[in-house]
Design a protein around this ligand. Structure first.
Ligand SMILES: NC(=O)c1ccc[n+]([C@@H]2O[C@H](COP(=O)([O-])OP(=O)(O)OC[C@H]3O[C@@H](n4cnc5c(N)ncnc54)[C@H](O)[C@@H]3O)[C@@H](O)[C@H]2O)c1
Length: 543
């Protein structure tokens, strides 16, 4: 039987076989020739994941100054069991990434079905037709311990394989733009020599035109704008590569409004990305200790942050919630630490703040689990076998992206303590990290905890009143819009009795906190030390 790939909506696609490759390549060749005859540039986007799928659509939507389409974008995706389904979906005009941005779906539909400037394929040989290749494959950072980024390593294989595949197939004058967030030094010290070697074997005497420009994409309501209408930084391995990448980005990205920064060398562009995200990880981590201080000393960190934010120089201070997730912040600093040793060859310990910040962020949700335990204890309910409902599976508000979400570690710890877990999220259908914890054990955080087996069957619930029925504790874990205005009376009515409520993200107003106490609930919150005061006031009013 042919292996299959299943899309998130359950459609089963058979992976292509030998004969399919020939006809698919012929189809691609005809499309590329037709495009070139019309004066369109052919751009192959390698990897149609969260970034590549939308970047390919932005490229396909590009027009010349006369408003005519100027590029054919070919999304090229390896036909793996995990990802092949993205190809037929894209070719049907449907986005392979679920996005809250209303621009994504119509843009992909328009480019595929009307403009016919976007197609997807699995044949690597389309690289032969490319004027530009944009590399958007993943580069993961594996952590071997929870809360110790230093013992982790960069998983280079998908990216190194991509360099190899590209160098064997592209024309010598093809621009290769690496958009993947890489360990600083990768473009010049790994990609360039590897690809140059293959070029020489092919009898090509020039160097590959390699460039780097990183993505600042933010999945969510501004998905497309965060790619197209946003500032970019780029560089190339030589002057020609630098000129070519600047030209390409000036055509595709709205650089008139969001000017392009061209740096001297790719390592500077690579470093900019890693520093950018390490900076953000650090300002988040820094608030962890103040959140704990606030919790213990009658201080509401939410009001403190609001007060500080009034000062324009401090407007980017942010409350960390129950852990820091997303694909980038938990790993990007690790890329720098790893590169320092394994690409650039330094033995000394240059980095102190960056790894500490990541380690703090990676373990913050363990504290959230303690707060849930304590809130339940105050209700005379032991955590073991308590029914706990987590509101929010994704790593940030109003997106359906669960990668490295704080809620995952929180759930794993609560499960370790014996709690029965339920989860609700309006944006997430399947929680990949739990469903596949056995299939990809080395990539799963399950290894850091005991008692994880049954989490494999954790289903994300959609009906909130049903999910609330009979619970002992409610954890507000993500600032999803539907969670911002929940009515305490309705919650207690759905639960059937007073519950322990834990606010991990500064969601509850003082009036709501008070109401929960009046209803006989216990309330606790990360960084919300003033809750005790409200509790005392409600108690006093009763006596
Ligand atoms: N997702 C974000 O929010 C975000 C933001 C900024 C930067 N980035 C960076 O962008 C890069 C891509 O991230 P993503 O979120 O799109 O990852 P992703 O895992 O969603 O997508 C990567 C895709 O590349 C495919 N792929 C892997 N090897 C391939 C090969 N040899 N040929 C063809 N396809 C291949 C995978 O199957 C997958 O579909 C990463 O470096 C990431 O750090 C991501």
């Amino acid at each position: 039987m042919r292996p299959t790939s299943v899309s998130p909506d359950g459609t089963v696609y058979s992976l292509p076989n030998e004969a399919d490759y020939h006809s698919e390549l012929a189809r691609m060749e005809a499309l590329a020739n037709e495009a070139r005859a019309k004066g369109l540039e052919v751009v192959v986007v390698m990897g149609v994941g969260f970034v590549g799928a939308v970047m390919a659509a932005v490229i396909a939507d590009t027009t010349d100054p006369q408003g005519r389409p100027s590029k054919l974008a070919i999304g090229m995706q390896r036909p793996s069991v995990r990802s092949y389904w993205k190809i037929p979906l894209l070719n049907g005009g449907v986005s392979p990434v679920k996005a809250e941005d209303p621009e994504v779906e119509p843009m992909i539909r328009r480019c595929v079905l009307e403009k016919k400037t976007l197609v997807a394929t699995y044949v690597y040989d389309v690289l032969k037709f490319a004027d530009v290749v944009v590399v958007d494959v993943q580069l993961d950072y594996a952590k071997n311990n929870l809360g110790n980024v230093r013992t982790g390593h960069v998983e280079m294989s998908a990216l190194e394989e991509s360099f190899d595949i590209i160098a064997h197939r592209i024309r010598s004058d093809c621009l290769v733009l690496i958009e993947t967030t890489v360990a600083p030094g990768t473009t010049e010290q790994i990609a360039l020599p590897a690809m140059r070697k293959i070029f020489r074997q092919r009898g090509i005497t020039s160097d590959p035109l390699l460039a780097h420009s990183y993505e600042r994409v933010m999945p969510g309501r501004e998905y497309v704008a965060s790619i197209r209408d946003f500032w970019r930084v780029c560089s190339g391995v030589n002057e020609e590569a630098k000129d070519r990448v600047a030209k390409f980005l000036n055509e595709v990205i709205n650089t008139k409004k969001f000017p392009l920064t061209v740096l001297d060398r790719p390592i500077e562009s690579e470093t900019a990305k890693v520093v950018e995200n390490s900076y953000r990880a650090t300002i988040l981590a820094f608030l962890d200790e103040w959140s704990l201080f606030a919790e213990r000393n009658g201080v509401d960190i939410v009001k403190v942050i609001k007060a500080i934010k009034m000062r324009p120089t401090h407007s980017n201070i942010i409350f960390p919630g129950p852990g820091i997730g997303g694909y980038c912040l938990p790993k990007d600093g690790g890329l720098g630490i790893w590169a320092n040793k394994h690409i650039l060859g330094f033995e000394d310990d240059t980095f102190r703040i960056t790894p500490l910040a990541i380690d703090i962020n990676d373990t913050r949700s363990l504290h959230a689990a303690q707060v849930v335990r304590d809130a339940l204890r105050n209700m005379n309910v032991p955590i073991a076998s308590a029914e706990v409902l987590i509101l929010g599976a994704s790593y940030r508000e109003d997106v359906g992206d669960t990668r490295y979400s704080g809620s995952e570690v929180l759930i794993r710890r609560l499960s370790e303590m014996g709690a029965e877990i339920r989860v609700h999220d309006p944006y997430v259908d399947k929680w990949w990290e739990f469903e596949n914890q056995d299939e990809y054990p080395s990539a799963s955080k399950a290894v850091f905890f005991r008692n994880q087996k049954k989490l494999k069957d954790l289903k994300v619930q959609k009906d909130l009143p049903a999910a609330l029925s009979g619970i002992d504790a409610l954890v507000l874990a993500v600032r999803h819009e539907p969670y911002l205005d929940l009515d305490p009376d309705a919650i207690v009515a759905s639960a059937g009795h007073p519950v322990a409520v834990v606010d991990c993200f500064g969601i509850l107003s003082d009036a709501r906190i008070r109401r929960y106490f009046e209803l006989g609930c216990e309330v606790k919150g990360l960084g919300r030390g003033h809750i005790q005061r409200i509790k005392d006031q409600v108690r006093k009013a009763r006596t």
